[in-house]
Write a protein that binds this ligand. Structure first.
Ligand code: SF4
Length: 266
């Protein structure tokens, strides 16, 4: 991590345009070093620099508050906690959410990989958010290891059990975000639909990587970094939009749950 990156870090960034949430102002509670319990093969942050499942105090809440105040009157559709890794790893997550809700009436979204949902404190803190979008990319251990590359102690059975438990308790809107790196087989699609029927999220977002993956962490990767950034990247082959749309249609017609996928011309 260069001195330049350390000094240019701001905890509030954007707004960025998101096909899922509209104009979104980002809050990064993680900091200049990317930290996550996953190291997803498609991660926009590049290879995760520090992998952990332990919560820590990373960016002070008053710093975030100061930087958020500068965006008053928040001409955006949502305020999203995401940034340089897994936001539930921030020990002050609940404090940050409470502070944001007190400052603005904008809906607050948290994007999470769900690996800390077994922690009752994390569940309580997330309950402050209006919308929690949980990553669920894998229906088998092989897929989890290939796509999300989790820490060794994370397993799919526990991830699923804690997600079901969170669904029962969470009073806000629960979304599932699923990234497809390759088209899924008939069996995988049917299994996914069975799981979603059990979970009953409020909505499902199906996605495929459409932007190149940086080889190293760059702070501008938190937002909509361009298709041709001036740093080394890896191009991932996305699933054809028509294939994604067919799966989205199948999921939606099987369940009474809205399913969205990126627009075909994206
Ligand atoms: S969970 Fe998110 S931040 Fe973590 S590695 Fe995956 S895409 Fe990157």
């Amino acid at each position: 991590m260069s001195q330049l990156t350390l000094h240019s870090f701001t905890s509030v960034y954007g707004p960025v345009q998101s096909w899922r949430f509209g104009r979104s102002l980002g809050i990064d509670p993680i900091g200049p070093v990317s930290i996550c319990s996953f190291n997803c093969a498609y991660c926009q942050l590049g290879e995760i620099e520090y992998r952990t499942n332990d919560r820590q105090l990373l960016i002070p809440t008053d710093q975030i508050q100061r930087e958020l105040q500068a965006f008053d009157p928040w001409d955006v559709d949502v305020i999203t906690l995401s940034g340089s890794g897994e936001p539930t790893l921030a020990l002050n997550l609940g404090e940050i959410l409470t502070m944001v809700k007190a400052m603005t009436a904008k809906p607050v979204v948290v994007l999470t990989n769900g690996t800390l949902l077994a922690n009752p404190f994390v569940q309580q803190e997330l309950a402050i958010a209006d919308f929690v979008s949980v990553k669920f990319d894998a229906i088998s251990t092989n897929q989890l290891n290939r796509v999300n590359r989790p820490l060794p102690k994370i397993d799919l059975v526990n991830l699923w059990a804690s997600l079901l438990q969170f669904r029962q308790k969470y009073p806000g809107r629960l979304g599932i975000q699923t990234m497809m790196l390759t088209p899924w087989t008939e069996i995988e699609q049917a299994e996914y639909i069975t799981l979603m029927a059990e979970l009953q999220p409020d909505e499902i977002q199906l996605n495929t990587p459409t932007r190149p993956k940086p080889l190293q962490h760059h702070l501008d990767a938190r937002g909509n970094h361009t298709a041709t950034p001036d740093y080394p990247v890896q191009f991932l082959k996305p699933v054809q939009p028509e294939v994604l749309q067919m799966f989205a249609d199948r999921v939606e017609s099987s369940l009474t749950i809205p399913v969205s996928s990126p627009p075909l011309d994206r």
